[in-house]
Design a protein around this ligand. Structure first.
Ligand SMILES: *Cc1c(COP(=O)(O)O)cnc(C)c1O
Length: 448
């Protein structure tokens, strides 16, 4: 029997008759709504669920390019048409599921796991989507399309991922950052990878306006999350979580949300696994927002019947300080399908949840802290129960966000009380003093 031909195309989320080829430079439908990548499920369904599982498992241990990547191991489900020669991969995905045994017990649950998406090439889940987008761009360039560069507006993780993948593929990258509003760690990744880095006198939205104009007028390929190619890579996270539990579906998956591409992607991947029979039920999804940037939460309180953009206020979770999320329609549809819940967390809840979990061996970024804080609240309210399996998606590595941790432990975070501070102890180098203080500290830690 011939191998089925797997096809995928861009489709308007509001009008299924409006379709584009994946190698067209197009970001939105004619009515301005987002596009999504749609796959020919019938062709994919000709292979049995068991055969897909076996294939995915075999590839995860293989070295054959590019299938050892967590994203490209599922190539037929992600971007079937791209030539393997044009795939730009850093073997992203397959990130660890951390069994948060001690932290979970402290909270009164026993089956808590953290999906460590920050343990990745550039330190955030953005790698999962960027490998797909940059591979498509490489394919388009190889077909002779005139794409002078790829570009994005960003405050950190998106520009880091774009810069790394573009550098590996020898494609020029342009990133637009708000001047003075990004940390050293966030600035230095694109700088090191040789991207053209602009620090503009504006905020994120101002950068977004510039990159859209540049993309419209000068043909720079737009890599922000309205580009639905990224969703195709990011959607592997939910499939991979189920795979790591030998296709048992957890009860809850918790994830922070800003522009809401990632929560839409999580649901999209789970949809495919469900529709193709690899999983037999759907988990419930909790999307967590910072109180300072909570437009989805406010809409949730009104059963998603209305949505109003807000002006997001500063938050420790800088990557989700977004008041008018691009993927709002996709996210609301996803949460409806997954009996979803939206919860919010205050700045001190975020900081304390990070610190409490860090004490048990993790090292959380503030966005992960938003998800942890939301989960803690739901456990306290009895909405998440003891026997249930909970997976929290950690979106970035804590090492990218050390400033707030330093301040937290020095008890220097404005307006935040630091419930779990652990500042370094400064003493003269004298044995007796050091020993006495050490004994006091050991004693204190034993008691707590
Ligand atoms: C991008 C990002 C998010 C938010 O993802 P959205 O798709 O915008 O909701 C959360 N955490 C980190 C670390 C990020 O980089």
């Amino acid at each position: 029997m011939d191998k089925p031909v797997y096809r995928a195309w861009f489709q308007s989320i509001h009008d299924p008759s409006e379709r584009f080829s994946l190698d067209e430079v197009v970001y939105k439908a004619s009515d301005g709504s987002l596009l999504e990548v749609v796959h020919d499920l019938e062709a994919l369904g000709e292979t049995s669920a068991e055969s897909w599982k076996k294939l995915f498992r075999e590839r995860s241990h293989a070295t054959e390019w590019p299938y050892g990547s967590g994203v490209w191991g599922k190539k037929e489900w992600v971007l079937p048409g791209v030539d393997n020669e044009n795939v730009v991969s850093m073997y992203e995905g397959h990130s660890n599921l951390f069994w948060a045994d001690r932290y979970g017990r402290q909270l009164g649950i026993e089956d808590l796991w953290i999906k460590q998406c920050g343990n990745s090439h550039t330190g955030s889940f953005k790698d999962l989507g960027m490998t797909v987008l940059v591979s498509m761009v490489k394919e388009m360039i190889s077909e002779g399309k005139a794409i002078p560069a790829v570009g994005c507006a960003s405050t950190g993780d998106t520009s880091a991922a774009l810069s790394a993948y573009a550098a590996a593929a020898n494609i020029p990258a342009v990133v637009f950052l708000p001047r003075g509003k990004v940390s050293v760690a966030q600035l230095i990744q694109p700088v090191s990878n040789g991207a053209i880095v602009f620090a503009l006198d504006t905020d994120f939205d101002g950068c977004m306006e510039i990159v859209r104009e540049i993309s419209d007028r000068d043909g720079i390929y737009l890599a922000n999350s309205m580009n639905s190619l990224r969703i195709e890579g990011q959607k592997t996270v939910g499939i991979e979580i189920c795979e790591q539990f030998d296709w048992e579906v957890p009860d809850w998956i918790v994830m922070p949300g800003g522009n809401l591409g990632n929560v839409s992607a999580l649901a999209k991947g789970l949809d495919m696994a469900f529709d193709l029979g690899l999983i037999g039920r759907r988990p419930r999804i909790i999307c967590a927002q910072a109180e300072s940037a909570n437009p989805l939460y406010l809409s949730y309180l009104k059963d998603f019947e209305v949505f109003e953009p807000i002006a997001a206020r500063p938050t420790l979770a800088t990557a989700i300080q977004i008041g008018n999320p691009v993927s709002i329609d996709k996210a609301i549809a996803a949460l409806r399908r997954y009996d979803g819940i939206v919860e919010q967390a205050s700045e001190s809840e975020i900081a304390d949840a990070c610190a409490r979990a860090d004490r048990t061996g993790l090292f959380n970024c503030p966005h992960t802290g938003v998800a942890l804080a939301a989960m803690e609240k739901m456990i306290r309210r009895g909405e998440i129960r003891k026997g249930e399996r909970v997976v929290v998606v950690s979106t970035a590595h804590g090492l990218k966000f050390t400033d707030f941790k330093v301040k937290y432990h020095e008890m220097n975070l404005e307006g935040i009380g630091s419930e779990y501070p652990n500042p370094a102890i400064e003493l003269p180098a004298r044995y007796e003093d050091v020993r006495d203080e050490m004994m006091r500290q050991i004693e204190r830690r034993f008691r707590s």
